[in-house]
Design a protein around this ligand. Structure first.
Ligand code: SPD
Length: 282
């Protein structure tokens, strides 16, 4: 009988991936962390039965979650990643030459250890600019103020330890942790899945209230539920579609080298939202 991994996002509707074997399974203090070898997508990392990344499509998520915000900031030097234990977001942030320090605050060391072992090409953990801090991201932002140029929320879905990352109080703390001109990006789930709508609306509303500019943008990630994924970008200063941000994208993109999804056309077009998505945000 063939082995399959299934992630159901509505009753019996979901995503199926063919599995060759289970490589790793550990119930950590926080969650069930597993890595599978798949028949199509390379190795697959799941947390509590939800897809976090596959080796073949992770570039979409990580490039879009990082470069949009980093180019929106005039000169990002100090970056905070909340979550992101697989190292993919940090890898992309570290492509930017202006970045001097990346603090990655991951609650679960098991995710980092499993990623280093079974997803060795995803992270860039030996980079001396990267500090890995094992702590609850919410507690961490509660004690930092006016420290970061860019904050990237690379958490799991809004269940379990990541639920708080979709709350108003957390976003208020992130706002306080950002310096003047600070920029935040966050992963905010699929607009096709109704159970995600409350979280999407909550984050959009609070970012709108707090920041000078805030937008949803989208990308296509085949191994996330429905394949259409939303993210948000909020800025204390100029927005991601300002003339200066677009100039930075045009000039800076060649320095990043060998990206697989993000480019200057994608940067602009990702912010074009279909009517049904605008209606969720209205
Ligand atoms: N259902 C997927 C939600 C996205 C979770 N973050 C993925 C972590 C990859 N760095």
């Amino acid at each position: 009988m063939p082995l399959q991994f299934n992630e159901y996002y509505n009753e019996l509707t979901g995503l199926t991936v063919g599995i060759k074997k289970l490589l790793f399974s550990e119930q950590s203090q926080y969650q069930l962390v597993e890595v599978y070898e798949t028949d199509t997508w390379g190795n697959l990392l799941t947390i509590d039965g939800l897809v976090m990344l596959s080796e073949r499509d992770e570039f979409v998520y990580h490039e879009m979650l990082t470069h949009v915000g980093l180019f929106t900031h005039p000169h990002p030097e100090k970056v905070l990643i909340i979550g992101g234990g697989d190292g993919g977001s940090a890898r992309e942030v570290l492509r930017h030459r202006s970045v001097e320090v990346v603090d990655m605050v991951e609650i679960d060391k098991t995710v980092v250890d499993a990623s280093k072992r079974f997803l060795p090409d995803v992270g860039d953990f030996s980079n001396p600019k990267l500090n890995v801090i094992y702590e609850d991201g919410i507690k961490f932002v509660n004690r930092v103020e006016n420290q970061y140029d860019v904050i990237i929320i690379d958490g799991s879905d809004p269940v379990g330890p990541a639920a708080g990352l979709f709350e108003k109080e957390f976003h208020e703390l992130c706002y306080g942790a950002l310096k003047e001109n600070g920029v935040l990006t966050a992963q905010t789930e699929s607009p096709w899945v109704k159970s995600y709508h409350p979280g999407i609306k909550k984050v959009y509303k609070v970012l709108n209230e707090l920041y000078n500019e805030s937008y949803m943008y989208m990308c296509s990630i085949p191994l996330y539920p429905t394949g259409l994924w939303s993210m948000m970008c909020a800025s204390k200063g100029e927005g991601p579609l300002s003339e200066s941000a677009l100039n930075r994208v045009e000039k800076g993109i060649t320095e990043l080298r060998a990206l697989n999804y993000y480019n200057s056309d994608i940067h602009k077009s990702a912010f074009a939202l279909p009517e049904f998505v605008k209606n969720i945000l209205a």
